[in-house]
Design a protein around this ligand. Structure first.
Ligand SMILES: [Zn+2]
Length: 80
């Protein structure tokens, strides 16, 4: 399994307060990494890349209706 990182800011789930908080709210035994694996729709399990909410919004919140996953290079997302 690849390291989980935001494709834009390169932070790990444990460095992003939204996932730290969400994981605790979901289940006290869940780590921020587990939470991203379970719930983060932009995660590409092949690369471990996802878009944190802040960067997802900065990118114009693409793919609201369709699914998107994070990719390494700009524009940092593609449709699935
Ligand atoms: Zn980010």
């Amino acid at each position: 399994m690849a390291d989980l990182r935001c494709a834009v800011c390169r932070k790990r789930p444990s460095e992003l307060s939204e996932y730290v908080i969400a994981a605790k709210e979901h289940n006290l035994e869940l780590t921020p990494e587990d939470y991203v694996l379970l719930e983060e729709m932009t995660l590409d399990p092949q690369t471990g890349l996802f878009l944190c909410t802040q960067d997802y919004v900065k990118l114009g919140a693409p793919g609201n209706e369709r699914g998107i996953i994070a990719v390494e290079n700009p524009p940092y997302w593609e449709e699935v």
